[in-house]
Write a protein that binds this ligand. Sequence first.
Ligand code: MLC
Ligand code: AMP
Length: 515
Amino acid sequence: MARNFLFDGLLADKLDTPEGRSKLFATLPDDGRHYSYGDVEDVSGRFANVLVGLGVKPGDRVAVQVQKSIEAIMLYLAVVRAGAVFLPLNTGYTPAEVEYFLGNATPRIFVCDPAKRTDYEALTAKLGIGLETMGVWQNHDISAGSLSDAGLAAPTAFKTVPRAADDLAAILYTSGTTGRSKGAMLTHDNLLSNAETLVQFWRFSSGDVLLHALPIFHTHGLFVATNTVLSVGASLIFLPAFSAEAIIANIPDATALMGVPTFYTRLLDDPGFTADLVRHMRLFVSGSAPLLSETHVQFEQRTGHRILERYGMTETNMSTSNPYEGERRAGTVGFPLPGVALRIVDAESGKALPQGEIGIIEVKGPNVFAGYWEMPEKTKEEFRDDGFFITGDVGVIDADGYVQIVGRSKDLIISGGYNIYPKELELLLDEEEGVLESAVIGVPQADFGEGVVAVLVPRPGAQLEEAVILDSIKPKIARFKQPRRIIVLDELPRNTMGKVQKNVLREAYKRLLQS
Ligand code: MLC
Ligand code: AMP
């Protein structure tokens, strides 16, 4: 029988037997519910029936901007089962930002939070996109949502649509250095192969319980954490969001935690996070942003555990990892994962560099995406002729083979694990009244690693007020991308070629966000 490469690859063996179906998939501490693997099949089947009823065909995109819930995970699986392409969007994006994604991806339907429905009615009508809503279940009650309600009423039995390894399973938008977001096309094989690799490499077993506190609209929370657990038949403790308090309350029942560095620094700031509390834990994973060596060391001193740092990207899923057994080396992201080829090349010539030299990291393997949605030129620019993807991260391989990320050739800020492309913000700030030009930089910030600072030059005679500018951009761009401070200068520092010297600005304001 023809298979759905990702869904069947992750789940078929768990759904074969009554014991497999009754195995626990998720505990929801907030409302006391549990999901078994059988529930996963049934609820994703209900949503898949609804989607097909709404006209979703294989290959169609289904865009989703909803609050974190286990049902949203079921919706992801339902989209995959319907043969369609899941397109999750950060809940922080404003309607102005979402408009671009919907226009670019032309999904068949867009699912949003019930509270945002009115924001999107005119837009989806204009674009000819169906609009549905999904609420959050709480205390056995569900806030209204057209898709959620239809799901409750739909039959569980669904004939999963066959899909091949190379078919698309998801599109995740990632901002670009030009200010325009690009949709990274991820195939069934990209996702399944990476999940299976991580299960092996990190020694996951069906007895594992992963404490899930990440958002589910990005690679880390949606694929790395969730697909890995599904693939091995383990379970989740599914939290609606991260808080040190919730982690401390639930970690006694968990065996593994995955997080961005901010999770770990915030946990270390909490005196309730002790060695005793986590003595039973098997694994702490960090990624999505650099983990300071200092955090790695403090964590070991506090708990006796060494955080396992890995490196990935929306376009590549996970590419490297520190070893499960063997030294987890602070300040490094470990070795290329099995099946992943990684090389360091010279930025100018593209030639591979010898070990020990700093250059651009390039990767190739089943983990690497199929290209950017409807941007063949952009895709071509970011791949070498021999199939290696140019990550834009700058790294070096040490004498023992550990990869170290030393910087980025792309102008990118990573704040608390979220990517912010300065160009997008600069284009917006340049439109503001009285602004002649702008430069957006990332500077050290204790909680989020990097924080956003905007440097503005006024037009002759104009007066720029920090509060006025911040207020004006508020409805246009997600909160996490908004500058924490605005600095006004008479002119920007430039080199002899006229290029803005962001390094000079970063140096000048490096202590601005350190309180
Ligand atoms: C929240 N805010 C942020 C922010 N998160 N600002 C900048 N950067 C962030 N990451 C804003 C809030 O809107 C709020 O605004 C203020 O900062 C304080 O918020 P908070 O309550 O302290 O933050 P919190 O809600 O607790 O969120 C922090 C966080 C969250 C770290 C838990 O950002 C998070 O879950 N990050 C994970 C991101 C992630 O999953 N990345 C993976 C990408 S995949 P106000 O209005 O109050 O001032 C990828 C590939 C790979 O990169 O390798 O994994
Ligand atoms: P995203 O586009 O959101 O997937 O972010 C991917 C980027 O996050 C990578 O290109 C890196 O710059 C960064 N990143 C991910 N993991 C790490 C890590 N462990 N250390 C340093 N940077 C990382």
